[in-house]
Design a protein around this ligand. Structure first.
Ligand code: NAG
Ligand code: NAG
Ligand code: NAG
Length: 362
């Protein structure tokens, strides 16, 4: 819930943010993203680490034979975050997780591309009833109308399987096999464009409610984290990943290549052992395969101002979506709240994801 003071502070500023990646293929030539390809991933963290993901520098995770990978926040500055080496170009990500409790603490499951397309699950530790779903296109954060909520009452007590199923035509967020939100790739454009470039998997737990964060981020996170109540632990038990390799019948992929600056899925080709195959679009052969170089794709996202707010109320429960198959262009049952009150909440929701990306590089 937004306090009056925070709302006044928010209302006084305009929405603005800058996004940046180390190499954005819509702006210049970049190393080809390595593909997960046909081998996929089926990993139970109760057996230990996975080759698929690694801890980001300065962060670490531990492993427990009953609970799996533990992402622990014990003190200010902790932000256990893991990232995959390989990318998927459409695909399915299943993560079995029990999220971290605590005001100010956020657990995130993110798919993100080099040109900043993004698909998210995010749990705020003070919100016991729902998970947030969101997506971004080419790093655009100038509008805040893409977030959604889905009901999941006991996410901090029990493991659930959260799935993102992403094809060229449709994106589904699924909890324990039930679709809670659907985004169809129809009539989407601009800031609300469809996420469509090869993505890495990023799993993390972080302190959104920290004194250095903007008032908007702190409010979104349910207030400042109280470290005395920690440690705050998210447990990831298993992860399964399937790479759809362009969604056009490629048999295997070793890497992906952006053939122009558009960042559209049709322009991105599937490469297998140096040979370009079908992938996004098999007609034409403009592809030049560039060698894969060592790469880091940490994203820097620097919010320059908190989001605009035009009311003092944010919804606390009105935005809860139920289970059930979603339909329609933007959301299904896990629907986006509407009206003025909803707007604030969505601004904050978008801020949250932006803040996570910024937090990764602190
Ligand atoms: C991954 O697949 C295995 C084997 O089918 C299954 O036991 C496990 O629950 C799955 N995990 C997720 C996160 O879907
Ligand atoms: C594939 O590329 C060709 C030539 O660039 C274009 O005409 C066609 O529409 C594309 N097909 C798809 C499915 O995007
Ligand atoms: C594809 O490459 C072949 C051989 O280099 C060439 O003959 C053909 O015209 C090219 N096709 C297109 C559509 O560019």
């Amino acid at each position: 819930m937004l306090s009056k003071i925070a709302a006044v502070a928010l209302a006084a500023t305009l929405v603005s943010a800058q996004t940046h990646t180390l190499c954005d293929p819509t702006k210049k030539d970049c190393p080809n993203p390595p593909a997960l390809g046909a081998k996929g991933v089926n990993h139970d963290f109760r057996t230990g680490k996975s080759d698929f993901i690694h801890d980001l520098a300065g962060t670490y995770t531990s492993y427990d034979k009953d609970q799996g990978a533990l992402y622990e926040i014990k003190e200010e500055g902790n932000a256990p975050t893991t990232q995959s080496g390989p990318y998927i170009f459409f695909g399915q990500l299943d993560v079995e997780v029990r999220v971290a409790p605590g005001a100010g603490i956020v657990t995130s499951v993110v798919l993100q591309s080099d040109d900043l397309d993004e698909i998210d699950w995010e749990w705020v530790g003070s919100d016991h009833k729902q998970v947030q779903t969101n997506y971004f296109s080419k790093g655009c954060v100038t509008s805040y109308d893409r977030g959604g909520y889905a009901a999941v009452s006991d996410a901090q007590e029990r493991f659930h399987i959260y799935t993102i199923k992403w094809t060229p035509t449709q994106l589904d967020w699924i909890i324990d096999g039930v679709v809670v939100r659907t985004l169809k790739n129809e009539g989407l454009s601009g800031c609300a464009g469809y996420p469509q470039s090869p993505m890495q998997v990023k799993l993390g737990s972080w302190i959104a409610g920290n004194p250095k964060a903007s008032p908007g981020t702190i409010e979104w996170a349910g207030g400042l984290a109280d470290m005395k109540k920690g440690p705050f632990v998210a447990a990831y038990r298993s992860i399964n990943v399937t790479d759809f390799m362009g969604g056009q019948g490629a048999k295997d992929a070793t890497e992906y290549v952006y053939t122009d600056r558009s960042g559209t899925w049709q322009s991105i080709k599937v490469v297998n052992d140096g040979k370009t195959q079908s992938g996004g679009n098999s007609s034409g052969n403009s592809t030049t395969t560039k060698p894969t170089g060592a790469k880091t794709t940490l994203t820097t996202l620097v919010p320059t101002n908190p989001p605009t707010a035009d009311t003092t109320d944010a919804p606390s429960s009105g935005a809860t979506g139920g289970a059930g198959a979603g339909s329609g262009t933007t959301t299904g049952a896990g629907s986006v709240p509407t009206g003025a009150a909803g707007k604030v909440s969505l601004n904050l929701l978008a801020m949250g994801a932006a803040a996570f990306l910024g937090y990764l590089v602190l």
